[in-house]
Design a protein. Structure first.
Length: 179
């Protein structure tokens, strides 16, 4: 009887150690998507471990809206954008499929989620004009691809670029981050 419990305990300990290495590894890990909260946050599951991922390296429209609660010009621009393009508010829900496995990496307390092969969710949000790169973003590995995606959206006047939301909302957010 004792032998049976010792074997189960050993298996449990080994699984816990392996999970710890998986979560702390520098390489992409696999997790199951449980829920898309908004364009900026998703809930994932690895075994019995549930966690919330914040999209890496970008500022979403939702984040801009929350940071600029007292800026009526910014708030009205975002409302106008969502009124014209309601799908932009839920674009992550269209891209990501619940109960599907995704590769991700933890970077600076955020998640770099590979949603379309080598393409990250951050890049897709930037391309659709639903997010902008964080000011002072300094990741050599992704800086070029993020810049390229954001420039494409800006040139095509997609999403927030059609209403010049960054010009109306970003100054206050950058000021908040300095303090």
């Amino acid at each position: 009887m004792l032998k049976l419990y010792i074997n189960k305990i050993m298996i449990f300990v080994v699984i816990q150690i392996l999970m710890n290495f998986t979560l702390n590894a520098k390489e992409p890990s696999l997790a199951i998507l449980l829920n898309v909260i908004n364009n900026n946050y998703q809930t994932f599951n690895i075994g019995n471990y549930h966690f919330i991922c914040k999209t890496y390296g970008v500022i979403s429209i939702e984040e801009l809206k929350f940071a600029n609660e007292n800026n009526d010009v910014c708030q009205n621009s975002i409302k106008k954008l969502y009124k014209k393009n309601i799908h932009l508010k839920y674009i992550s829900q269209y891209i990501l499929k619940v109960r599907q496995m995704y590769h991700f990496e933890f970077k600076n307390n955020e998640c770099l989620l590979y949603s379309n092969g080598q393409k990250t969710l951050s890049e897709i949000l930037l391309e659709e004009g639903v997010a902008i790169m964080r000011p002072r973003f300094k990741d050599r590995e992704f800086q070029y691809s993020f810049m390229k995606a954001q420039s494409r959206a800006k040139y095509d006047k997609k999403g927030m670029w059609s209403e010049n939301i960054p010009g109306k909302c970003l100054a206050e957010l950058v000021e908040q981050q300095k303090n």
